[in-house]
Write a protein that binds this ligand. Sequence first.
Ligand SMILES: *Cc1c(COP(=O)(O)O)cnc(C)c1O
Length: 428
Amino acid sequence: MEIKPFEKKIWLSSPTMHGNELKWVQDAFEKNWITTAGDNVNAIESEISAMLSQKYAVGLSCGTAALHLALKAAGEKIYGMPKPGTHVLSGHRVATSDMTFAATCEPIFYEGGEAVFIDSERDTWNMSPESLENAFALYPDIRIVVLAHLYGTPAKINEIKAICDKHGAILIEDAAESLGATYRNADGEWVQTGSSSYSCISFNGNKIITGSSGGMFLTDSKEIADKVRKWSTQSREAAPWYEHEELGFNYRISNIIAGIVRGQLENGLSEHIEAKRRIYERYKAGFKGLPVTMNPYDEENSVPNFWLSCMLIDENAMCRQLRSGREALYIHEKGKTCPTEILETLAKYNAEGRPIWKPMHMQPFYSSFPFITAQGNGRARSNAYIADNGCVDVGADIFNRGLCLPSDNKMTEEEQDIIIQIIRSCFE
Ligand SMILES: *Cc1c(COP(=O)(O)O)cnc(C)c1O
């Protein structure tokens, strides 16, 4: 059968609107709360905190702002309040997920800290507990760990929490991609990602619930919530005039944007997760017989939100692929393919895939910071992904062989079947 390009582009993950979003935007207009406060902001703060079993939620301009203030709060808890002109993390190391969106680690640098990039593990593609242990052995001064739940799959958070506790470190959860994903905690109870004391979520345009932008910080501590809220409103003290005892930020969420989120939450999240799950399952079934696997998760102890479906090509089915800083080349071989070939082929048919997040330790900007693998220092290696010293760079390997598939909620089953056919054809 000849496949024709899609007339309407198949997106990686586009917003899915239900109609009620406009109702709450309208509500903001009617009440004339066209500002960074109002009923919509209050409503989403209480709805999301209830959903994540958190006592406090602070709506913010984006997930990156939430991560920034989470890091500042954790930093002050450990290192104290910085003097004007200095940063709370100056000279301090912070361990962070390595294969993730840059926003996970950027705030470390906003606050003058130094990142220690922790390699990923095969089981969930998230931070490897073994690698984190190694990082504490090499850098015992680490007191903060930033953990992302990639593509909506919960990380091995119980193990990571235990390691953090052992070393007196604070864990910050970057749940920007994983809203609604759950896992079984150390007590055997099912809990949401983003339910620990320093948690961040995002309402960016392609996330599972969106306000076009926006984010939220969540915590069980009134003291921390009050601080984050104050910092986010230019650090105004409770005085009759603008009184400032600390550095401030303009990080609050708009009541208009909160209105969109409020409408999304009315029935959106469970419906979106269900659609995403079906997409994942359909790919999994559709790829039967191909030398590929889907992005994995712990089926007994976690339920992802399946935000993005991803695939990994078996090592022996990879054709030659070369990636420089800006370009990619490949040589097609019969029975083999590579992410570049699949992404280019999908684009030819008007469908959007995406490479896996390029690990931070491979980014030119972060090349001088440590990278720790399950075998130890991952910087002491040659270009081969299994280095002379035995270090296996799992993140580089997944980046090389993996890709994100079109995972749009509004893609029909027929369209997805065609996507599967297109991908199959890359192996011919
Ligand atoms: C989207 C995202 C963020 C940041 O969210 P914004 O709202 O875009 O600032 C942080 N971390 C991860 C892993 C993300 O995917």
